[in-house]
Design a protein around this ligand. Structure first.
Ligand code: TYM
Length: 340
């Protein structure tokens, strides 16, 4: 039996290098792993846990889907779909909401961070969102979930929920594993190496967006924060900023961390940051080229999403029906041959 892979990304005007190195890059690689079936989702229902302007959300959805395609998601291999187009996610999300405890959700660090930052507008959706994320995953019998480190806690909760449902109602859900990359699982902000690189950062100097121009990329690395001292060495304790930049360099240049450090022996931060910028410019160039292609054909992007939703629904419906039946919901047993 093939392994099911599923992951999701929230639609945003900015998809950054952290998203790519921590997650999207692996989404693409997994498509070619033998005996895997991948499904990828733009999670627009998650986006509305915070206030959104409809016209911006519409643009972000299309932008995010175009980026998924530009980085190499091949819709012929892996359905790419919009969460809100597969209503089974919401339905299972509700059911899981009724099985997750208030205390569990209260411990989610992402919720604590986000709710602290925007006190006035903490919606119930922001609080219960990990249950919807669990639904995204469990609906498809997912084995592996390629994500960055910041999603690990949500994955743990998803596993707990799967086991809880299995204990209560009999074997229903596959218990999924997170797939977190060895390098790039937690890319830090260029302006503050203590915070992760984030789409919602107040300054655009925090991140490299995948569609930043070469000039912008060069400028952002030029002003990126470094540490005291002058050696380009990997030491997360003593040199968090330089270590983050070295991680980006080693992935973008396609070399090991050891080789990356050797290349900058005896060189200062200035030279290092210049070469880093060029490596990232070259790394992103083919993605940006394909992105311009998809951006000029928004109807094609919509077609991909429409087709993806159709295929996802076919997979989601039987699982949701099974869950509802096990819980005693609906008018079961269904009449043989359907109702006349
Ligand atoms: P989102 O949209 O915030 O991020 C998408 C993916 O990018 C990873 N990521 C990072 N990786 C390394 N360094 C960073 N600085 C960094 N920032 C983000 C995230 O870990 C993620 O893998 N809740 C999820 C979306 C989601 C989902 C799902 C994921 C919804 N349903 C089901 C997997 C399965 C989120 O907000 O990701």
């Amino acid at each position: 039996l093939n392994k099911r892979i599923l992951s999701g990304i929230a639609p945003s005007g900015i998809i950054h290098l952290g998203n790519y190195l921590g997650a999207l890059r692996n989404w693409v690689a997994l498509q070619d792993r033998p005996q895997t079936d991948c499904l990828y989702c733009v999670v627009d229902l998650h986006a509305i846990t915070v206030a959104q302007k409809p016209e911006n959300l519409r643009k972000s959805i299309l932008n995010t889907a175009a980026i998924c395609l530009a980085v190499g998601i091949d819709p012929a291999k892996s359905p790419l779909f919009l969460q809100s187009e597969v209503p089974e996610h919401s339905e299972l999300g509700w059911i899981l909401n009724c099985h997750v405890y208030f205390g569990e959700l209260s411990r989610m660090t992402q919720f604590k961070d986000k709710s602290q930052k925007q006190e006035a507008a903490t919606t119930a959706g922001l609080f219960t969102y990990p249950a919807l994320m669990a639904a995204d995953i469990l609906l498809y019998g997912t084995h592996l979930v390629p994500v960055g480190e910041d999603q690990q806690q949500h994955l743990e909760l998803t596993r707990d929920l799967a086991r809880r449902i299995n204990n209560l109602y009999g074997e229903t859900f596959q218990v999924p594993d997170a797939l977190i990359p060895e390098h790039g699982a937690r890319i830090m902000g260029l302006d503050d190496p203590k915070q992760k690189m984030s789409k919602s950062a107040p300054s655009e100097l925090n991140y490299i967006a995948l569609d930043d121009s070469p000039e912008k990329i060069r400028k952002k690395f030029k002003v990126a924060v470094t540490d005291s001292g002058r050696e380009v060495v990997f030491d997360e304790e003593k040199k968090p900023a330089v270590s983050n930049l070295l991680t980006i360099y080693s992935v973008a240049a396609g070399v090991s961390m050891g080789e990356a450090q050797r290349r900058f022996e005896g060189k200062g931060y200035g030279d290092f940051k210049k070469e880093l910028a060029e490596a990232v410019v070259a790394y992103l160039a083919p993605i940006q080229e394909r992105l311009r292609g998809w951006q000029s054909r928004p109807d094609d992007v919509r077609d991909v999403l429409r087709d993806g939703a159709k295929r996802a629904r076919e997979l989601a419906k039987p699982k949701l029906d099974e869950v509802k039946a096990k819980l005693g919901l609906g008018l079961w047993p269904a009449p043989v041959g359907g109702r006349k």
